[in-house]
Design a binder for this molecule. Sequence first.
Ligand SMILES: *Cc1c(COP(=O)(O)O)cnc(C)c1O
Length: 378
Amino acid sequence: MGFSTIAIHAGNEPDPSTGSVSVPIYQTSTYAQEGLGKHKGYEYARTQNPTRTALETNIAALEGAKFGFAYASGMSAIDASLKLVKSGDHVVLGNNTYGGTFRLFDRILSDYGIEFDLVDTTDVNNVEQAIRENTKMVFVETPTNPVMSLTDLEAVSSLAHAHGAIVVCDNTFMSPYLQQPLALGVDVVVHSTTKYLNGHSDSVGGFAATNDEQIAEWLGFVQNSIGAILSPFDSFMVLRGTKTLAVRMDRHNENGQAVAGFLAEHPKVSKVYYPGLVSHPQHELAKRQQRGFGGMVSFETGSLDSAKAVLENVRLFTLAESLGGVESLISHPASMTHASVPFETRQKLGITDGLVRVSVGIEDLEDLINDLDQALSR
Ligand SMILES: *Cc1c(COP(=O)(O)O)cnc(C)c1O
């Protein structure tokens, strides 16, 4: 079956008790048992909830995974995946991951004896050099935020596996419609469903999916033991969101490509970061590994003042963190999402004071381009 059919039907069975076509919000904490040890597969709502089960079935199917788990946030999904490593283990971590992921390693996991090295994973040789005797995991994000660097998932996976390590990929920026890491050899794919999967900027959630039975067993155990579960209401919201994932992503692709093209030609813009442009150093890899290039575009305006002028003069684009919703957002990575990254590291990564990031929504393209054009000409 095709992606859109799976998106609409997987997990979305009519409700067995009423026939309700949309999966109900099962707002309950517990379930009546018919007798001792006799129940319908649901005992307590931290462990299982039918709305959450429907969503888990749905997104797992979209990622081509046998198993999926929904968490309270992207960070709790990432945290659950990191419970696959233990004290004394070493992790190779992409040097440009989501700030919260870096913070989790730097401020929390390091106190629990988990060693890590920040590595530029755009070159698989760097990953190879960083692998140690005790390396148990390679954690990557591709494309990265905000400079859209790619990691070759197939190459990194075969390398990691040869050294007995597993690979976790944060697929938030692409969504399963544009990139399916498990098919490329990755062991665990994680998401912030807050972004494209929910797609409407009105829910916070996370997801982890895998085809490995042992990994799945542990992820489920962690989900139940720690309890960072997605609520029935948010499960309903995300389930509603994924039904339109394919059509939304097609429009994000179209608008993203056109906005990137417009910016690349604009005299006030010196550089555009978008994997769909032939000028992107990893354009060929993007074509091979992704089904499209997405809606995230970053561009260099040259200075903090120029960036400020754009951010303060846009009318349609909303100044806000986050991404992946139907509405277009604009942000300033250096002072917003990456403010906690030291200045030198920011420079090295290309996160200058003049860099602006847009999450291109699914509005009419002409309106988006007109808005950026008038803001850039101030
Ligand atoms: C937002 C985001 C996260 C964190 O997700 P939350 O839902 O905010 O906890 C992780 N990774 C990436 C790439 C993100 O964009």
